[in-house]
Ligand binder design. Structure first.
Ligand SMILES: Cc1cc2nc3c(=O)[nH]c(=O)nc-3n(C[C@H](O)[C@H](O)[C@H](O)COP(=O)(O)OP(=O)(O)OC[C@H]3O[C@@H](n4cnc5c(N)ncnc54)[C@H](O)[C@@H]3O)c2cc1C
Length: 509
């Protein structure tokens, strides 16, 4: 496209020339997530404001020039929320990277572009962590991206935020909205923080997020194998109902195999992390050897269930573990706890964004009431089995991740298939894997089948009362609401973004 040099100069006057990018490759990279969306359009420009004030000036300018805007964290999602489908300027939040810790009052205000790993590293020396659960992708994904996408366990750990509206107005929510306020409390009148959470950027650009902190608790770990999904789901629901676990997650055999297949580079990092947590390099090596050489029972059980249990001290965590164990051994068999222990020690990795042989990967999830989980899983399973021959002949494999950390079960089938990779994959691959996995031809037939299956699985989930995180442009929101509720959301959108320029198309708006 022909670039509007006047616009570029005006934006550069706010952010500096280095932070207004018109290069075609950079615009393409900043316009993708990890799924190959057919309707995607590269951004006209990418702008990287360095503060709330710069973001406000950029937005006011773009409102005047009539440009649409797509906010972006790391772009490591798969529901199209960060993928422009019409001409736009991408606002990349990478430079919004400040971290302001208030240890005594137990909160931190982080710039929207701060990664979860960077935040955890800043809090760790103080013995603190954010109570908000963070994504596995947090080695590169951002606090602003999660606040905008949501996460199955909810966003109760977010207690306030600052957002820039479409016309450049800056608003703060929670107790910091008061002109003399401190950011320590979310509930200070109507919950305006909640309005912006999970909005996929439809209502404004978050420039900073305030998160509740807590001291790092003691933890205990346990894993169990189950022959049947129904037994595993019943055990997961029971430990969650009794509030015994901080997190429960389950993998089928195929997922277990890929989760425990690690190369030498990953192994070194995992040994270090586990040893730091356990205080023993010998124990860490044993754990990693079990992962690397696949001696774990994980490969024998149809379903493995992994529990992370937290308590004020080790004795309390262990006592809760005993209660959870009594539930799980009713129909399950205890196995080595290396998987939850390792994930606790090394919580962030994007290794899984491709299959072990460099296959493309994409999940689809539904968050269902516990009472519907078994039926929903059975219906999804039946649909996949009905299509098993078609999937196999197209070279498409699938596996499952099922998890909970509250009164819900998240069910997440994930697909793997050989296909051409995108620049966003190459941006995060090691040199070795770039060579190994690069140059594969586009596999349009498999891609189309995965696209179709994802839609069908989403519909089955929705028939079982599912809700979704990461609504983006894939999951339904306003288009499955009652008329009045949908109108209510549209009225809010109209008030905040009357010209419809904030991430058009997300949330069905
Ligand atoms: C390997 C891998 C593992 C993953 N694990 C998890 C997991 O454990 N749990 C989970 O929930 N998800 C997971 N995800 C999905 C995804 O990484 C998360 O949803 C993550 O929070 C996205 O963050 P991001 O910075 O990449 O956001 P992006 O993808 O850049 O953006 C997400 C959405 O938010 C909007 N947005 C981004 N920043 C802002 C902002 N500052 N203001 C307003 N809108 C904004 C974007 O427009 C888009 O609609 C995983 C993905 C991968 C590839």
């Amino acid at each position: 496209m022909k670039h509007d040099t006047h616009l570029i100069d005006s934006l550069a006057a706010i952010t500096g020339h280095a932070n207004v990018v018109a290069d075609a490759d950079a615009c393409l990279l900043a316009s993708s997530d990890i799924f190959p969306w057919p309707g995607r359009i590269p951004a006209d420009l990418v702008v990287r404001p360095g503060s709330t004030e710069e973001t406000a000036r950029v937005m006011a300018l773009l409102q005047k020039t009539g440009n649409s805007v797509v906010p972006r964290g790391a772009g490591l999602s798969y529901t199209g929320g960060a993928v422009p489908h019409s001409a736009c300027v991408v606002i990349d939040t990478a430079r919004l990277d400040t971290i302001d810790i208030h240890a005594e009052d137990l909160y931190v205000t982080a710039g929207a572009g701060v990664t979860w790993e960077k935040l955890a590293a800043a809090l760790k020396p103080l013995g603190l962590r954010a109570t908000q659960s963070s994504p596995i992708s947090g080695s590169v994904t951002t606090v602003g991206g999660l606040a905008s996408n949501g996460v199955p366990g909810g966003l109760d750990g977010v207690i306030g935020l600052t957002a820039v509206l479409a016309d450049g107005t800056v608003v703060s929510t929670g107790s910091s909205a008061a002109s003399t306020g401190s950011a320590f409390q979310r509930y200070a009148g109507p919950d305006l923080t909640g309005l912006f959470l999970g909005d996929c950027g439809a209502f404004g650009i978050k420039t900073s997020i305030t998160l509740r902190l807590a001291t790092e608790p003691a933890a205990a770990f346990a894993s169990f194998g189950f022959a049947q999904a129904g037994h595993m789901l019943a055990a997961m629901s029971a430990v969650v109902r009794q509030r015994l676990v901080a997190r429960a997650f389950s993998m089928d055999q195929a997922r277990g195999r890929s989760a425990t297949t690690i190369d030498a580079g990953d192994a070194a990092g995992i040994v270090g992390a586990v040893a730091r947590n356990a205080g023993s390099i010998g124990g860490a090596l044993k754990d990693v050897a079990q992962l690397a050489f696949r001696r774990n029972v994980l490969h024998e059980a149809a379903w493995s269930l992994h529990l992370v249990i937290e308590g004020a001290n080790e004795a309390i965590a262990q006592a809760q573990l005993e209660l959870a164990r009594a539930i799980c051994v009713e129909n399950g068999t205890e196995m080595d706890n290396v998987v939850p222990k390792t994930m606790r020690a090394k919580p962030f990795s994007i290794r899984g964004f491709l299959g072990v042989d460099g296959e493309r990967w994409v999940p689809v999830h539904g968050i269902v009431p516990m009472s519907r989980a078994a039926a929903c899983h059975a219906a999804l399973d039946a649909h996949l089995l009905k299509n098993a021959a078609t999937l196999a002949s197209a070279g498409i494999k699938y596996s499952w991740l099922i998890s909970s950390s509250g009164a819900y079960i998240s069910i997440e089938p994930m697909f793997y298939w050989h296909d051409e990779l995108d620049p966003i994959h190459f941006a995060h691959l090691s040199e070795r894997n770039r060579t190994r996995f690069g140059g594969r031809p586009a596999n349009l037939a498999a891609r189309a089948l995965v696209t179709q299956m994802r839609g069908e699985l989403r519909d089955i989930m929705d028939a079982h009362q599912a809700v979704h995180a990461q609504l983006g442009r894939f999951y339904r929101y306003t288009d499955q609401m009652t008329v009045e509720s949908g109108d209510f959301v549209r009225r809010i959108k109209q008030a905040l973004d009357p010209q419809g320029r904030m991430n058009p198309g997300v949330l069905g708006l």
